[in-house]
Design a protein around this ligand. Structure first.
Ligand code: ZN
Ligand code: ZN
Ligand code: FE
Length: 745
């Protein structure tokens, strides 16, 4: 007997080939009815035997493209509603503008790749091939609804063949807004000279640097096997030592460069195509200048047809680093690239499809067996993060200062924006303001409340002040923990371990190693790290050995053993000591990152950090595997908040150093000590509250894996789909703003 069902599917179900998929499956099963887009998602009226409809609904939940969040089914009277055996796609937009989010950009699908490799196909070797299952989305969308005239494809009228595909409900390209072919779509060229892709590839093979216009911005590319090319790129980009990402043709090529496990491979080949940090093979055919100072290499696979074609032509790994000068945002327009990138390159590979919104590559790593997103941008933005409770009013959170992202929220959805970078730079700030405006339109959020960091001097804080809507200041580490709470949809109080470089505390001092009891908008600071002197302020973060000096003097009451003092540069010590003693331009901070800097610099014999976090990262990478013991530490519970005292640890490190113990063993012990300290702090709090780890230090696998292993009896939540560091902070700010206030007690 024929029965009827009305099925409402919500989630990211538009712009992903959802309706054509429903159409095909309905026809295969013999289900009648129709499918249409609706302002809540996709609406399906289905008619057929009870069992068939059950199968149909089940397949929607398991096999449908996009990301289904919810499937609601109600009964329809099959007779009254006009049961039918035909299935159709209703392309009318019943409710006008569609309030459904635009999907992230999707990497090239297998079907499109097969067409590009087929000499008889009309899209043979066409660099802008795409379909309803793949291609650009977020980076070409100018406004809603997501229809071709409101994308940067508006200037490319469809040819007859493309038009036919676009109109045919049975075609893979039915209503695929960005479709194109060599007759009607975008094209590429090389400047200078007007060459094509093959010309660009030949230049790369010859060791030249080519600026490449991609999906959400530009890359600077060169042969990753050529020391000369990579060195030149470093000089021109003014980037001393920070690792470059490497694009490889496929997983087989990735396996030749790095040791990959199944989780790494799944992440590399996943539709988001992030840069994945993996252990470099000793025999990898890569110039050592690609990633000096680290045993890791950031690999990623091609995610646009143009990348696939280029990698095939070059037949070797390519350095593909963001197309910018260090500290500036990635270039977006051709003229911008001609002005800012051309001086860094030997040639530019351009195309005529404009980029609506910049979106840098995302970065991820497998930690404790599962993916951890370190930079959430292209491929993920603007995918909604589901909140456990709806927000009462539309909210904008502006993030902090470094690695900035912002977050918009309405209803039960939060949308983290693309990676902006450090807001010091005027160009980065313009990008920040422009991206907030564009994202606000695309996800339909007009903020009535803005959340910002407590730091009054951050450009993001000033921007929030200037918006003229209700404002709320959120403490930095509170926001780090709230981001984890929001990501995992936790309810009720949690114990949060927030370890990072720096964030302003509610008492006006620089926090950074906090144990917090977080209950919604309420937060108690239970413990912190004994403060560390930064002689010269931020200059000490560059001249890291100054932090070592402060730690040594503190641990040895001003008289560290000469054998260890010999490891520090002899100059300026007297002046620096006066600064520390008198508290003159020597702020005292609680950042865990500074303990890494100070100990790492001392043991590695480094005096300077070439980029933010370099010493901490190197100190992490040198750690020997296995259990090599723990240094002593103490927790002073007589103070409020409690203090984790680093002096016993520093004294033990010095004894090892003088005793000739290798940095690898010292680093292993150092990490295990911090794991033990974190665990001891958490266990010192009565009860068994769930635990959340937040802040940039928890991108460190040794800390995460150690703490997860030691707290197997407790519920421990780790940042996974949202960055642990300041790139995820805005989500926490949204969550706290929604709770009403940030009350620091
Ligand atoms: Zn495709
Ligand atoms: Zn065409
Ligand atoms: Fe932070």
């Amino acid at each position: 007997m024929t029965v009827g069902r009305r099925i409402t599917v919500t989630g990211t179900v538009q712009g992903v080939g959802f309706r054509p998929w429903v159409y095909r499956v309905a026809r295969e099963l013999g289900v009648g009815g129709c499918v249409r887009n609706d302002d809540r998602g996709v609406l399906i009226d289905a008619f057929g035997p009870e069992a068939t409809l059950a199968t149909f609904v089940a397949l929607l939940g398991t096999d449908a493209p996009g990301r289904v969040r919810d499937i609601a089914v109600i009964e329809l009277d099959a007779v009254a509603t006009g049961s039918t055996t035909q299935f159709t796609i209703d392309t009318s937009r019943a409710h006008g503008a569609v309030a459904v989010s635009i999907p992230p950009d999707l990497s090239t699908c297998e079907d499109c790749l097969a067409e590009m490799r087929d000499p008889s196909d009309r899209r043979y070797r066409y660099p802008f091939t795409n379909c309803t299952y793949c291609g650009p989305r977020f980076t070409i969308a100018l406004d809603l609804p997501y229809d071709r005239p409101l994308t940067t494809m508006a200037g490319f009228p469809l040819c007859e063949d493309c038009e036919r595909e676009y109109r045919d409900p049975a075609d893979r390209r039915f209503h695929a807004q960005p479709i194109a072919c060599p007759r009607c779509g975008p094209r590429v060229w090389v400047e200078p000279g007007g060459g094509d892709l093959a010309d660009a590839a030949a230049r790369l093979v010859a060791g030249q640097i080519v600026g490449i216009k991609g999906l959400g911005g530009f890359h600077l590319a060169c042969a990753a096997t050529s020391s000369a090319a990579v060195t030149t790129l470093r000089e021109r980009k003014r980037r001393d030592e920070k690792p470059f990402a490497v694009m490889v043709a496929d997983l087989a090529a990735a396996r030749r460069l790095a040791h990959l496990d199944a989780a790494d491979e799944a992440l590399l080949a996943g539709p988001e195509r992030p840069i994945v940090l993996v252990p470099r093979r000793a025999d990898a055919a890569l110039a050592p200048e690609v990633s000096p100072d680290t045993p890791l290499v950031g690999l990623f696979l091609p995610y646009t047809p143009l990348h696939h074609l280029l990698l095939e032509l070059v037949d070797g790994p390519l350095v593909m680093t963001s197309g910018n000068v260090t500290d500036e945002p990635i270039a977006k327009d051709d003229d911008d690239a001609r002005a800012r990138l051309a001086p860094l390159c030997d040639a530019l590979l351009l195309h005529d499809r404009p980029i609506a919104t910049r979106c840098d590559d995302s970065v991820a790593r497998v930690v404790a067996g599962a993916p951890m997103i370190l930079r959430r941008s292209r491929g993920f933005v603007p995918r909604a993060i589901a909140l456990s409770r709806p927000v009462a009013q539309p909210i904008l959170a502006v993030g902090a200062h470094l690695k900035n992202t912002f977050c918009l929220a309405h209803g039960s959805s939060a949308y983290l924006g693309p990676h902006i970078g450090d807001l010091d730079n005027a160009l980065a700030f313009d990008f920040f303001a422009e991206a907030i405006e564009r994202m606000g339109r695309l996800v339909h959020v007009r903020p009535e409340l803005v959340a910002h960091d407590l730091h009054p001097d951050y450009p993001s804080t000033r921007f929030a002040h200037d918006l003229g809507v209700e404002r709320i200041g959120v403490q930095h580490h509170h926001a780090h923990i709230a981001a984890v709470v929001a990501e995992h949809a936790l309810r009720g109080p949690v114990l949060g371990l927030a370890w990072d470089g720096v964030g302003l505390g509610s008492d006006g001092t620089a926090w950074g190693s906090e144990l917090l009891l977080v209950d919604g908008a309420r937060v108690d600071r239970l413990a912190t790290l004994r403060s560390i002197a930064l002689p010269g302020g931020d200059a000490a973060v560059d001249h890291v050995w100054r932090i070592s000096l402060g730690l040594l003097d503190d641990a040895f009451d001003g008289a560290p053993p000469p054998a260890v003092m010999d490891r520090l540069p002899g100059t300026q010590i007297r002046v620096l000591r006066e600064m520390i003693a008198g508290g003159i331009h020597a702020p005292r901070v609680h950042g865990m990152g500074r303990l890494f800097d100070g100990i790492g610099a001392l043991c590695l014999g480094r005096t300077r950090a070439r980029y933010e976090g370099q010493i901490a990262m190197t100190w992490n990478h040198v750690a020997a595997a296995g259990d090599h013991g723990v240094y002593p530490f103490s927790i002073d519970r007589a103070t409020t908040p409690w203090q984790l005292d680093h002096r016993p640890l520093v004294r033990a490190v010095v004894a090892d150093l003088i005793g000739g113990v290798s940095p690898a063993l010292i680093s292993a012990r150092f990490h295990r000590t911090l794991v033990a300290a974190g665990v001891a702090l958490v266990r010192a709090v009565p009860g068994a509250l769930p635990i959340a780890l937040g802040g940039g230090c928890f991108a460190n696998p040794l800390l995460v894996e150690g703490i997860l292993g030691a707290l197997g009896d407790r519920a421990v939540y780790v940042p996974r789909s949202v960055p642990a560091g300041d790139g995820g902070l805005a989500l926490g700010q949204v969550w706290i703003a929604a709770e009403g206030a940030s009350l620091c007690v």
